[in-house]
Design a binder for this molecule. Sequence first.
Ligand code: FAD
Length: 417
Amino acid sequence: MKIAIVGAGIIGVTTAYELATDGHEVTVFERHGAAAEETSFANAGLVAPGYVTPWAAPGMPRKVLGHLLSRHAPVKLAPGLGAAELAWMWRWWRACKLETYLANRARMQRLAFYSRERLHRVTADLELEYDRSDGYMVLLRSEKDRELTRPGLQVLRDAGVTFREIGPDEARKVEPALNPDTAFAGAIHLPDDEVGNCRQFALLLKDEARRLGARFEFNTTVAGLTVTPRPSLSVVGKAAPRDFDAVVMCAGLASTALLRPLGLKLPLVAVHGYSVSAHIREPLNAPRSAVMDERYKVAISRLGLRVRVAGSAELGGSATAMRAASLQTLYKVLHDWFPGAATLSSGVQEWKGARPMMPDGPPLVGPSGLPGLWLNLGHGSSGWALACGSARALSDLVGGRTPDVDLEGLGVERLHR
Ligand SMILES: Cc1cc2nc3c(=O)[nH]c(=O)nc-3n(C[C@H](O)[C@H](O)[C@H](O)COP(=O)(O)OP(=O)(O)OC[C@H]3O[C@@H](n4cnc5c(N)ncnc54)[C@H](O)[C@@H]3O)c2cc1C
């Protein structure tokens, strides 16, 4: 089939690769000059399937309200939320019910475990070399933090995740550079989880997709879509529409505006986050892999010769204006755990990204309900961890096969509930 993909973030690139592998004639349209220039650019890089869970969880509304006035709050509401964000919050609040949460968590984790398998398979088969490290550790500052993580540990057990609850001494063996002056209660160590550079992977996989015949049209903005008499899209600056047998929408947040004229209303909002990436000053002072400060929800990752600190979740607000307090929290957490790890005087990359978040958690992966139009979008805070599995499953559906992972609950039907 002749298939168009809109968007070359991690979701669009993995989808292009899988469809090209299946022998389709693929063209990817991307408004930037390269792949992974938006949300997939500098995320935390965590691939920890046991921790892929919906934001809509019991107790979350109280947590969000409780954090409203705190300076280093992991979750923030931007001032002056619009109608779309308020409608999103209503749906989100409704999805926080225990039963709904448990069902959505199971859906996301199923896809996340499948996705990690596919990531490993693709990486091994293609011998992809990108910055990555094995292992993930959640750091618990106090006994209270430890208590709060207890219910989550049952989730890991139920999912069959290998983990150890360890004390500070053991944790310092896993990450010997942890600041000796920072006291903490303990940690949860997950040896099978990992961290990897999502952007590097996307750039490498784009080349592999090209080798299989996929075309990438960069600096090309899709202006609109029609689906009858056949799927077709128009490109800014070009008069003639382009016809395809199928179109896959992988445009992240921008998908909402592209699909609205077709009558498809996506409840997607931007949940902004930040990262700081800096060169390692002294490898002995740097993390070996990834840690998460559970209280501040800030991840510190080793990505090759750089350290990346990422966190914060701001619902709505500006896509570009950097909130100084959020960045300060990242520097504070880095300093608390790995002082002296990074060169912060020059060459520091400060970045803000927008997670394309569905109110209930799982992404939309599958047919749109409109002829020839498919969706692979809304992966929220776990797009890297879910990308390879979502792409493989979508490609199977397009090819008329049953995917190896159950996609129940990931379709558009749930938009009408
Ligand atoms: C601070 C932060 C930390 C994160 N940490 C993690 C993590 O540890 N693990 C994890 O799994 N996930 C993480 N995420 C989430 C992850 O980054 C996203 O889920 C993922 O990048 C979404 O990918 P995407 O391809 O859907 O979107 P994008 O990367 O935004 O790609 C969409 C693409 O579509 C293009 N596009 C849009 N409109 C058009 C148009 N009209 N024409 C042509 N092109 C168009 C855009 O230019 C863009 O390149 C994090 C996110 C943030 C912000």
